[in-house]
Design a protein around this ligand. Structure first.
Ligand code: FES
Length: 111
């Protein structure tokens, strides 16, 4: 039987600045970076896999060829917001979490 996904309320959607990110802690201690752009809300692991630093929420949002990305503040590698795929290294991907907005609150889903 499929397990029901657990959604964690993270913050009111308006506290995530448009075109930027915030860091949030899930109950199991996972750090996520929640981003809001004109395309919607995204949630990735907050940890930059290249440096091990929990900084992706402070990255710069942009786009590369129309693909929304965040550039790590550490070494500037870009990660696709909708998948976590690193566009600078095909072998690297950060965890990407399901995310939704329910009644004005951002909720991040468990894996
Ligand atoms: S595309 Fe900007 S550094 Fe990778």
């Amino acid at each position: 039987m499929a397990q029901e996904r657990v959604w964690t309320a993270v913050c009111p959607v308006e506290t995530v600045p448009l075109g930027a990110g915030v860091a949030a802690l899930l109950p199991d201690g996972l750090q996520v970076a929640v981003f809001r752009t004109g395309d919607g809300v995204f949630a990735l692991s907050n940890v930059d896999p290249f440096s091990g630093a929990a900084v992706l929420s402070r990255g710069i949002i942009g786009d590369r060829g129309g693909v929304p990305v965040v550039a790590s503040p550490m070494h500037k590698q870009c990660f696709e917001l909708s998948t976590g795929q690193c566009l600078d290294d095909p072998e690297v991907r950060v965890a990407c979490y399901p995310v939704r907005v329910a009644a004005g609150t951002v909720e991040v889903g468990g894996p």
